[in-house]
Write a protein that binds this ligand. Structure first.
Ligand code: MG
Ligand code: MG
Length: 261
């Protein structure tokens, strides 16, 4: 069942997502060689709580931390750890959730650690652009297949592959609601989007093959060929004519300045 949100509920979702956006900007301030993903988790957890919210991921299906930190060939759901020390040339996807007023925010951004190879920077750029290609389709009257097609065709044209096992989702009173939002699809297929639907669109795009493996911790997914993977996510409300983006990368990119991809 897909829950349509009222204008008031969408404003509450915006509050949750803006806390997530500002938390990700705190990550942008501190991500650097030598920092551990546990340190990122601590800063994020405190920042979310200081803003009156609760980390949406902590305890979700038993997830043990407040953010997901996925480095290089890890795709999503990496668990922060004091043993994961960022180094020059890494990329790290930070996926963050905040729960307040009965609604979940959900957004992710892939950051560079120091100097990243041009080949990998391009993967990040195309993945982020593909998110906005998907968002262009996130409007009343379009179908979910149009959205998936827009992301898939854009990434595949650039020689990248689209993860199939992990997908976007509805977001609201629950972190994961209907509908499922794949990053692949066929034009004209899938359910028709209606004003008031709220979805998290989150392309996970690989430099090499699309296939994943689950690591021994039972959470972390990584690419089978160990090539890097990028991940960007916005929560949006479907509207007539144009999606309303509830999360934001503006705070992050203000911090990153001319280093933003
Ligand atoms: Mg997320
Ligand atoms: Mg999500």
């Amino acid at each position: 069942m897909i829950f349509l949100k009222s204008d008031e509920e969408i404003e509450l979702l915006r509050i949750s997502n803006q806390i997530v956006a500002k938390t990700l900007a705190e990550m942008a301030k501190i991500i650097a060689p030598g920092v551990t993903t546990e340190q990122l988790n601590k800063v994020a957890d405190e920042f979310i709580r200081d803003n009156g919210a609760i980390p949406g991921f902590l305890g979700y299906s038993g997830f043990p931390k407040s953010i997901c930190t996925s480095v290089n060939d890890q795709v999503v759901h990496g668990i922060p750890s004091k043993n994961v020390i960022l180094k020059d040339g890494d990329i790290i996807s930070v996926d963050c959730g905040a729960y307040i007023n009965g609604f979940h925010g959900d957004s992710a951004y892939t950051f560079c650690v120091g100097d990243v190879k041009p080949e990998i920077l391009n993967l990040l750029r195309i993945t982020k652009e593909s998110l906005y290609k998907g968002i262009e389709q996130a409007q009343e009257g379009r179908r979910l297949g149009d959205l998936g097609y827009a992301i898939q065709s854009y990434c595949e044209e650039h020689g990248y592959s689209v993860v199939r096992e992990m997908i976007g989702h509805g977001v609201g009173r629950k972190l994961h609601e209907a509908p499922e939002v794949p990053n692949y699809g066929r034009k004209g297929n899938g359910i028709m989007l209606k004003s008031g639907m709220t979805i998290a669109i989150e392309p996970m795009i690989n430099l090499g093959v699309r296939n994943l493996v689950l690591e021994k911790d039972g959470w972390t997914t990584r690419t089978v060929d160990r090539k890097p993977s990028a991940h960007f996510e916005h929560s949006v409300a479907i509207r007539r004519g144009k999606a309303d983006i509830l999360s934001s990368f503006e705070y992050i990119e203000q911090i990153l300045g001319n280093k933003a991809i």
